[in-house]
Design a protein. Sequence first.
Length: 269
Amino acid sequence: MSEIELFHEWGSVQSFKVRMCLAELDLPWTSRRIDLSRFDNLTPAYLTVHPKGLVPALRWNGEVFVESSDINELLVDIAGGRLLPSSIEERARARSWARFEDEVVHPAIRPPTFNLILKARVAKIAPAAFAEMISRHPLPARRDAYLAAAHAPFDHAAVVTSIRTFRDVMARMERALAERHWLAADSFSLADVAMAAFVDRLDRLAMPALLAAFPKTSDWATRIRALKSFAEAQGPDNARPDPLVNTAAVATLIAEAHGQAPTLEMERF
Ligand SMILES: N[C@@H](CCC(=O)N[C@@H](CS)C(=O)NCC(=O)O)C(=O)O
C-alpha cells in the first residue's frame, strides 16, 4: 500500500477526526505536523499542499486530499469499507452525522476555542510578527477571526451561543442513542469518529459537565473516551482541560447559557 502522509495539528478538531479514523482502521501513516501556533499553515510550502492554509490534508499515491470527512471516506475505501455500517439507512445516517459535525459542530466550536485558548496563545506572539503572518491567510474570514482573537475583547455572547448549540447537539445525539447503541447503527461507525472529536473538544474547553443532562450521550462519551483510538487521536497534546482555559470563567458562561432557547442553527437538522 502507498504511504499515507497526514498534514495535521494535534490540537485541531478536524485533524483529530482523521487521526481517530486512521487508528480505528489500523492504517499506518506518517505525521507531518503543521504547528498552528507558529502559523506553519501559512508558509508558502504548506500553501502548495493546501491552498486554503487549513489542516488536515492527506497525501496518498502522490495526490493531496482535503476536507476531513472526505478524507475519512477515502480511508474507509482504502481499508475495504470498515467503519461504514452494512445497511443503506445506517450508511446514510453515518454520513449525515459527519456532515453535521462539519456544518454545525465545528463552526460552533470555533468561538470558544478562539476566545478561551487562541486569545491567550496569540498574546504571546510579538504584534509585528503576528500581523505579518496573519496577513498571509488566504481566507479573509479566518484572518479576521485571528485579528479579533488578538485585538477584540472576549466575545462573551458568541461563546454563550456556542454553548447553547452544544446543548442542542447533545439533544440530537440523545435522540439517536435512544434508538441504537452507537450514533448511526448498533456498530461503531464514521458517525462516532466524527462526534468523538466533539467530546474531546468539550473536555479541552472544560465543558464536559454539559453532558450530565444527557445520560445516553454521557454513557456514549464514556465509551468513546475509553477507546484506544481516542488516546491515539489525542497524541501528545492531551492535557484536558487545556491549561490555557480559565475554568472558572467557563463555569460562569455555562450557567449563563442554562435555560436559554435553542439556537437557530439547529432548525436545519
Ligand atoms: N472543513 C474543513 C475545516 C478545516 C479547518 O478549519 N481546520 C482548522 C483546524 S480544526 C484550521 O486549519 N485552522 C487554521 C486556520 O484557520 O488558519 C475540514 O473539515 O477539513
